[in-house]
Every structure is written in C-alpha cells, then in structure tokens.
Design a protein around this ligand. Structure first.
Ligand code: SF4
Ligand code: SF4
Length: 486
C-alpha cells in the first residue's frame, strides 16, 4: 500500500521548492534519523495493531468532502513543504497520499491501522495549504477525517489513556497549575538531571520523556487585571484571550500583550475564561471542541468589544474558524461567524491599528520563527516582522526552511515524540545558522519545542520571546539585556 517516492524528486517539486524557498528535494529523507529508525513509524512497524477495521471507513456525519478531495490534481507541489514527507520520503505521509487514503476510505477501504497511522502522523501544520496551487482545502479534509477517527477507530488502550490524560490537563489552567507547583520543585532540585545521570529517565516511556523534556522553566505566574485603561486617547476596546498553556507557562506574554495594547490606546478586558478548544479541535475531539467554542463566545460576546485579541497562533486560528465549526448549531452558527470576524492575532491587530506609542531602540539581531498556525493557517507573516522592524535597531533574520514545522503542532510532540524531535532539531539547527541573539515566535507550543530542541543540543542559552514581549521592552525603554537575559 505504501508507495515509495522517487528519491530523485520530480521537476515540478524542484521548481516549487525553489520558488517558495522550501527544503530542497535533496534534503528530503536525509534528516538525522529519517532514513533509518523513524521510517519504521510510518507503517507502524514495531507497533502492536489495534485490530480495528471499521467498514465503511466513515460515517455520515461530515465525512471528508468528496468535492474537496477531487480538487487535488496530484501535482505534488505540496510535497517539499510537508514535514512528514521531508522526513520519511513516503508518498502516504504526504498531503497527496493522505488525501488518496481519504478517497479510498470514502469508496472502498475500511478504516484500518495503517490508514490511521498515516493520518495520525500529519502535524496539521497546513504548509500544504500554502503550497497548493489548486487551492485544496486540506485543513477541512484532515479535520473531518480526524473527527471520524476519534469517533470510530478503537485506539490501543495505552494510546487512549495517554491522549485522555493530555486532554484532562492541558485545557484546564487550574489543573495545569496544580501540576506546575510540584514541577517547580522538580526543577529547583534538578531531579530530572539526577534521573538522567542515574539512567532511570531512559527507561520511562518515550512519550513521558518527551513531556518532561518540554517542560519550560516555570516562572511565578504574572496575573493581569480584569480591566486595563488605555494610555492616552481610547482608540479601541478589546478583549484578550489569556489561553491555557500561555496563562500558566508563559504569563509574561499575556502581561506584555496587555501593556502593549494599552500603550497603543486600547481599553483591555481580560474576562474569566476557559480553553478556546484549539487542542481538541486539532485532535478531532469534536463535541469537546464545540463546547469550548460556545463557552468562549459566551465569555466575550456581551462585552461590547471591537476585537478579541489572541497571542497564541493555534488558538487564534481555531477561533477564526468558529463560524465553520459551529455551522450545524442553529443557536450559535450566526453568533460564531460574527465572533470569528472580530478575532485578531495581536501582531495583525497592531498593524491594522497603526503605531502611536514611541518605540525606543533595541539593538539586537532576532531570528523570527513562523508558527504554522499563524503563517499557514492564518496567512500572517508580514505583520509580526513589521512589528519587530518598527523598533529602531532591530535586525530581523529569516530562517531557512521557514515553512517547515518545528514539530510542536499542538500535542504532536507529546504523542509522536520521535518525528517531532527530528523536526525540532532541524529547526534549531536552521535557527542557529542565522547567528541571531534571540529567537522570536508567536506560539507557546513552538517556544516549548524549540527550547527543548536547543537544550538537547546543548544550546539552551539562546533566549526566546514573543513579538509583543520585544515590543513591550521597546515601549518601556528597557535595556536590550532584559530580553537577552530571559
Ligand atoms: S498538514 Fe503539514 S504534515 Fe499534514 S499533510 Fe499538510 S504539510 Fe504534511
Ligand atoms: S494537495 Fe495540492 S499541491 Fe498537493 S498534490 Fe494535491 S493539488 Fe497538488
């Protein structure tokens, strides 16, 4: 079933790779372990099968849309930007291959382990959506396919338990805080390093090891006020999404967002709120994600806001999709559409608004990393760069293979640690080649992933920041060392 790609690549792929600056075809399948160990993962070798063969593959509730499947003309232009194709060089681990499997599922094949494995390995990064000249809506296709998989496919017990554990913690800041407290002690006493030196860490399951490695330094949580007035004349009244992981692990990003918005003339409302549902949406947990979406709409809807501002790329892309996600809900469909129309990524919003606050110089070289859910899913590439370049003294460097995912992808780096680690290492290497003094990116997941990859490579001294943290430092007139000592 798995068709191996021609290692020479096609003329079309090479032309496209050159045109968009993608990883060139000669890079494909040549990353650290791709040609040896991780190739096994694509066909599920060494993984016990669940024994689940569901026929027909899809039920009648939003199967992958045949018309969208037929939009794919199999040209292969998407292949060089697909991280799993770049790693494994396997046709069925490309967008084209996954769409082919969806079509098979619609017409003739049961949903089986191998098929699900290829879909599971997709990072949902949407680089293929950017690259596709035929406008194939792979985002909608994989979303409906994942919902079908979650509803109909019987995962192995250990896989099910691990996924459930993630979804019982990550969308709930209070539960995350409860775990963060002992984790701070774990970090303070260097227990992880001791376990590694004693050889104990290597014996725990790879997924648990990956979670441990992703744990950031946990600062004390910085609270933000429910209401912050504008500095000077009020230009907009906005709400901010404080997020789940963002709120607990990266609270300084939220605090910087509020200060920057206020400095640019916004009244900022930060209501008590829950998860926006991004992680559940990307994992195909439909009911759960819709529930989170409805609650988020309820939270912000009556606050008389001009916009809802989001500083986490994955959350923003999902909230802009609420109108589509809730299309079947007669009570929420219209409200969801109106809500989505107000959602803005913070850099997008700042560029729409135009700068008024004085920028103080920050003489620093920064490598800007495009989060996939900002660049590919929302098409936002210029605005964060512009936000940085408006600061006198900032030198913004581009990263080679910018369109290729860092391997974070929501919960991907926890459930698929091996390919995620390869992608992380690849991204970290490309970042290091820029010679930048600081890495700037707009998504907490990317920060965790890149930090963890740099740490593994012994380069964890390189600081990271969100674009609003850099802008905040400039507006406050902080010395550049404030950023570099982060
Ligand atoms: S979403 Fe990303 S990983 Fe998935 S098929 Fe598209 S490019 Fe490949
Ligand atoms: S998804 Fe788009 S780019 Fe990829 S093979 Fe199909 S038509 Fe070509």
């Amino acid at each position: 079933m798995t068709e191996r790609r021609n290692p020479e690549g096609t003329t079309g792929e090479e032309a496209m790779a050159g045109a968009i600056g993608a990883g060139s075809p000669e890079d494909i399948g040549q990353s650290t372990h791709a040609a040896s160990d991780s190739i096994q993962q694509t066909v599920g070798a060494a993984r016990p099968e669940s024994g689940s063969y569901m026929f027909p593959a899809f039920d009648a509730h939003h199967p992958p849309d045949k018309d969208l499947i037929d939009d794919c003309v199999h040209c292969g232009f998407c292949l060089p930007t697909c991280p799993t194709y770049v790693l494994f060089g396997e046709e069925m681990d490309s967008p084209r291959g996954r769409i082919y499997l969806m079509n098979k599922g619609l017409t003739e094949e049961p949903m089986n382990d191998e098929m699900v494995r290829h879909w599971d390995l997709c990072l949902g990064c949407m680089a293929c959506v950017t690259a596709c000249p035929s406008g194939v809506q792979y985002d909608k296709l994989i979303e409906s396919t994942r919902q079908q998989v979650e509803r109909r496919y019987e995962r192995r017990a250990d896989d099910k338990v691990f996924r459930e554990m993630i979804f019982q913690f990550f969308p709930y800041p209070n539960r995350l805080r409860a775990v963060a407290a002992p984790m701070r002690l774990y970090q303070r006493f260097g227990i992880g390093d001791k376990l590694r030196r004693a050889g104990i860490m290597q014996r725990i399951p790879a997924r648990m090891r990956a979670m441990e490695a992703l744990l950031p330094d946990l600062p004390k949580e910085e609270k933000i006020p429910d209401l912050t007035g504008p500095l000077g004349e009020m230009r907009r009244r906005v709400g901010v999404l404080t997020g789940c992981v963002q709120r607990v692990f990266f609270s300084p990003v939220n605090a910087a967002t509020v200060r920057v918005l206020a400095a640019e003339g916004c009244e900022v409302v930060a209501p008590k709120q829950g998860c926006c549902g991004a992680l559940s949406t990307h994992a195909g947990r439909e009911e759960e994600s819709l529930d989170f979406a409805r609650k988020t709409i309820e939270t912000f809807d009556d606050l008389n806001l001009d916009n809802v501002i989001v500083n986490a790329a994955g959350c923003g892309s999902t909230m802009k999709e609420y109108g589509y996600l809730l299309r079947d809900d007669p009570e929420y469909a219209e409200r969801a559409k109106a809500f989505s129309a107000k959602v803005r990524d913070v850099s997008e919003f700042l560029q729409e608004l135009g700068p008024v606050a004085e920028r103080n110089p920050l003489p620093v070289t920064a490598a800007y990393h495009d989060a996939c859910h900002l660049a590919h899913a929302q098409g936002i590439r210029r605005q964060p760069r512009q936000t940085l370049k408006q600061i006198p003294g900032m030198d913004v460097k581009e990263i080679r293979e910018a369109e290729i995912c860092c391997g974070s992808a929501g919960i991907y780096n926890m459930i698929e640690p091996e390919p995620a680690a390869e992608l992380g290492e690849r991204k970290a290497n490309n970042i290091l080649k820029t010679g930048a003094q600081i890495i700037v990116t707009s998504n907490p997941g990317c920060m965790l992933q890149i930090q963890s990859s740099l740490k593994k490579m012994g380069r964890d001294g390189l600081p990271m920041a969100h674009p609003v943290e850099v802008l905040d430092a400039s507006l406050r007139g902080d010395p550049v060392e404030t950023l570099l000592d982060k």
